[in-house]
Design a protein around this ligand. Structure first.
Ligand code: PMP
Length: 424
């Protein structure tokens, strides 16, 4: 393997850089589920831009729409002005996403990142209720800005805030205390209903249906329904952060559909722009739309090229259930391969839903070694979880079965090489 010249990155880019350390090469092009580096080496992508590339790299359908839009001098930067690209997107959201699911949401365009959407959601919940406290869950991840960090679990990320992170209280996520769904709510209900518990009445609960960064932890449909009922009975707003698990990652477009609940507020980012272009949305019930004009603004809320690719992605992939069914089928395929891998070693298990799947190690140090070996063999994979003990698989939803099998073979071979003789 030729060693790439990384000098300018090491000398000039901040120490804060992260993923480039896991994958020490210089990438040039990408197509579908594959990236290429400058030596011409190909890498199969089982990370998909941390969930921002559900439809693959440079998806041809979205690329053509984008090229046509740029060639016609369509608006690129539009603040939050009304444009044809935005009108078409809003109409498509109504017809392709909301109406078929019986949802009635207002749409807010915050800044383009997941953290931007989370900040807007928290602000709105506080403004609507006049309350300050938020409940979040153990091992949650909601982003790196101060409000989002305050509802995030990871100690190292929280420490970076540099100021106290306030007005949020962590509750046990499904399975945190035991495998009994009811256990996690026993504490939550008790402290909410006891005026002497020391917990102020919260404005909202923020939850991920599957905790991607937190280690592919799954909330069951029943747990989500119980949470939704618990919030509704106490007039606490329910925010589902679907930044990573939305846009079909777990099968259905919204990850909460499996539970049959309707969150008060939903955050979306990552794959909503379709093409990997920056874009985020906050969706909320119409009666919650108490914003004053311009009260939550920002320069980059009108990235019109991403409105175009977002619309075309919705039209192309979400007019029927083909993608949803394929994702569930591919998820089963990955899960059964991972189960076989895990059964060959001690101290391993698997968990996941749709095309977010995790291989869980008792010995956390091995997960990073497996990812490193997989990279050397041409597969991009990352770890997740409090100790980075989970190898997380997040391939593009558009990946073929042959590509999936190829990646799973590399993973299996990497396991053999890292774990041989260790009984991991
Ligand atoms: N919420 C969730 C559930 C996420 O997974 C992430 C990113 N991993 C974020 C919020 C933050 O998104 P961004 O990095 O775009 O700010």
């Amino acid at each position: 393997m030729n060693m790439p010249d990384m000098t300018v990155f090491a000398e000039t880019e901040s120490n804060v850089r992260g993923y480039c350390r896991s994958w020490p090469t210089v990438f040039t092009t990408a197509s579908g589920s594959w990236l290429q580096d400058e030596s011409g080496r190909e890498y199969l992508d089982f990370f998909a831009g941390a969930g921002a590339l559900n439809y693959g790299h440079n998806n041809p359908v979205l690329k053509q729409a984008l090229l046509d839009y740029i060639a016609s001098d369509g608006i690129t930067h539009g603040l939050d002005m009304s444009t044809t690209a935005k009108r078409d997107l809003l109409e498509t959201l109504r017809t392709k996403l909301f109406a078929p699911r019986g949802l009635d949401y207002k749409v807010q365009f915050p800044g383009p990142t997941g953290a931007n959407a989370v900040e807007a959601a928290l602000k709105l919940a506080r403004k609507v209720t006049g309350r300050t406290e938020i409940l979040n869950f153990t091992n949650a991840f909601h982003g790196m800005t101060l409000g989002a960090l305050s509802v995030t679990g990871n100690a190292a990320k929280r420490a970076g805030a540099g100021v106290p992170l306030q007005h949020a209280t962590s509750m046990p996520y499904d399975g945190y205390l035991s495998d009994d769904d009811d256990d996690s709510f026993r504490w939550m209900e008790r402290v909410l209903d006891d005026t002497s518990s020391g917990l102020d009445r919260p404005a909202a609960v923020i939850v991920e249906t599957v905790q991607g960064e937190g280690g592919v932890n799954l909330a069951s449909a029943q747990w989500l329904r119980q949470l939704s009922d618990l919030c509704a009975a106490r007039e606490i707003l329910l925010i589902v952060d679907d930044v990573q698990m939305g846009c079909g990652r777990t099968g259905p477009f919204f990850s909460f559909e499996v539970a049959g609940i309707t969150p008060d507020i939903v955050t979306l980012s990552k794959s909503i722009g379709g093409y990997g272009l920056p874009m985020a949305l906050v969706l909320f019930k119409p009666e919650l739309d108490v914003w004053a004009p311009g009260e939550h603004n920002g320069t980059f809320r009108g990235n019109n090229p991403s409105f175009v690719t977002a619309r075309v992605a919705l039209e192309h992939y979400w007019s029927d259930f083909t993608l949803e069914a394929a994702t569930l089928e591919k998820g089963d395929r990955v899960q059964s391969a991972l189960t076989t891998i895990a059964s060959n070693f001690d101290g391993m298990s698997t968990r996941g839903r749709g095309l977010v799947q995790g291989l869980v190690f008792d010995d956390a140090s091995l997960a990073a070694k497996v990812c490193k070996t997989a990279f050397e063999r041409g597969l991009l994979l990352e770890t997740a979880g409090p100790e980075d003990e989970v190898v997380k698989l997040l391939p593009p939803l558009t990946i073929t079965n042959a590509e999936l099998d190829h990646g799973l073979e590399i993973l299996s071979g990497s396991m053999d090489s890292v774990c041989a003789g260790r009984g991991c």
